[in-house]
Design a protein around this ligand. Sequence first.
Ligand SMILES: C[S@@+](CC[C@H](N)C(=O)[O-])C[C@H]1O[C@@H](n2cnc3c(N)ncnc32)[C@H](O)[C@@H]1O
Length: 187
Amino acid sequence: MFDAIADRYDLMNDALSLGQDRYWRSMVARAVGARPGETVLDLAAGTGTSSVTFTRSGARCIACDFSLGMLRAGARRQRDPGVAFVAGDALDLPFADGAFDAVTISFGLRNVADPDAALAELLRVTRPGGRLVVCEFSRLRPPALDALYGQYLTRVLPAVARLLSPSADAYRALAAGLDAGWMAGPG
Ligand SMILES: C[S@@+](CC[C@H](N)C(=O)[O-])C[C@H]1O[C@@H](n2cnc3c(N)ncnc32)[C@H](O)[C@@H]1O
């Protein structure tokens, strides 16, 4: 599914979140707090849109994802020498124990087949005393706002996606997944 939407993924994110995803990414970068010489793992990195925010301080970032389409779209666009794109499955990471100073995953945990197993893998590859930062959607309070957002996800989002992307079906599936398990607001 992500292979099918890779080329328009970032454009769609900006449009559907009204640019807010950039702000959420800057909050994640602050929480990760990458320092010069450190190595950061950005798991389920997609096109590496967050990955480049971790290298500004002089750190290196491994952008890991199992969608080759997303990785290729990212590698074509991102020219940051501090970012390396690596294919890998969150459930069986191709990295040694304690390999990273900081490990992070944005808008990805909800997509992996077994989130507990992915978290165990993230912990395994984080060095003792390192940082683990997860950015994910959660539920809104009050419930009325939550319900309104559910309507946005299941009606407005797929309609906008149909206008902007030839792969709108993938977004309909994404929205259904969000509505079923996860809701708005970074958590
Ligand atoms: C919504 S995108 C998020 C991409 C990026 N983190 C961002 O913030 O834009 C979710 C990503 O999770 C990846 N993904 C899902 N399951 C995965 C797994 N088991 N291993 C690696 N990547 C996975 C998908 O290929 C997709 O690129």
